[in-house]
Design a protein around this ligand. Structure first.
Ligand SMILES: C[S@@+](CC[C@H](N)C(=O)[O-])C[C@H]1O[C@@H](n2cnc3c(N)ncnc32)[C@H](O)[C@@H]1O
Length: 266
């Protein structure tokens, strides 16, 4: 099965509860707020942004409310249905369009865009990101900013958490660079490229200008039960995360890493 079809089916089965289980969770909110701080400083009213793997549209609506114009694509029909319903529920008319489209098929869409966003690991579902880099280069103007937030190759929280529980397979699952995830019974290959590999893949069209960790002290979402029971500790970790997530080494050992690229003139 083509990976984007498998991803579509896997995420279709999660669409109805994705916002309840992740977007609205303590951890999901904390990690997304960290991404939004960067989005708010990067994309402005009047910008035209392409969002890949937009899911249920949470980031699109955040940007749309700020006057950003956005086209969001996702391989999952159900995720796009949820995103469209949320758009209809908005009080104001936002300049946002959602469409079902696999990232692998970006060649068929029209540009140009002032920026690109891919949040929370949609790009980890693609084995070879080089065609995506080439397509994005054709779709963006020189100087455009691309923000990619991917799952990291090594997550300290995950390895320590599962290590202490003696689940060695889970503690080390990202280390080889690929794993077979099971989402609601659907198997989906997931890839964990390193920052250097991503940087090489997007060069020379995109130049890495900044990076920060997302969820360095804030744990991965499957630790939500613990976060709910220890809200004060969680809030303290979230506060320190703002600083620690900028530090060398620490910024690449979180649950996710956020990479800021600039479209070069190449
Ligand atoms: C973890 S969700 C993140 C959704 C959203 N960006 C967010 O921040 O909540 C990953 C999303 O990537 C989408 N996805 C995975 N592989 C894809 C592909 N090859 N093409 C397009 N979308 C894909 C899934 O359908 C899913 O909606």
């Amino acid at each position: 099965m083509h990976t984007s079809i498998a991803a579509g089916i896997a995420f279709d089965s999660m669409a109805s509860f994705y916002d309840r289980s992740f977007t609205g969770s303590l951890i999901g909110r904390a990690q997304r707020n960290a991404v939004w701080r960067v989005l708010g400083e990067t994309f402005f009213a009047g910008d035209r942004i392409l969002e890949l793997n937009c899911g249920t549209g949470e980031d699109a609506i955040f940007l749309g409310r700020r006057g950003v114009s956005l086209v969001g694509y996702d391989a999952s029909k159900r995720m796009i249905e949820v995103a469209n319903r949320r758009l209809q529920d908005e009080n104001a008319l936002l300049d946002i369009t959602f469409e079902v489209q696999a990232t692998e098929e970006l060649g068929s869409i029209g540009g140009p865009f002032d920026g690109v966003l891919s949040n929370f690991s949609g790009l980890n579902c693609i084995k070879d990101l080089r065609p995506t880099a080439v397509n994005l280069a054709a779709l963006t103007v020189p100087g455009a900013t691309a923000i990619f937030c991917l799952s990291t190759r090594f997550c300290a929280w995950e390895s320590i958490y599962y290590g202490l529980m003696c689940h060695l397979r889970k503690a080390t699952r990202r280390w080889s660079g690929t794993t077979l995830a099971r989402l609601e019974g659907v198997q989906l290959p997931v890839y964990y490229p390193t920052v250097t590999q991503i940087q090489r893949t997007f060069s020379p069209f995109f130049r890495l200008t900044a990076m920060k960790g997302i969820g360095v002290l804030v744990p991965p979402s499957y630790v939500e039960g613990w976060a709910q029971r220890h809200r004060r500790v969680f809030r303290i970790l979230e506060g320190f995360d703002r600083t620690v997530s900028q530090w060398p080494v620490f910024r690449i050992i979180g649950d996710h890493v956020l990479l800021v690229f600039e479209r070069t003139g190449s």
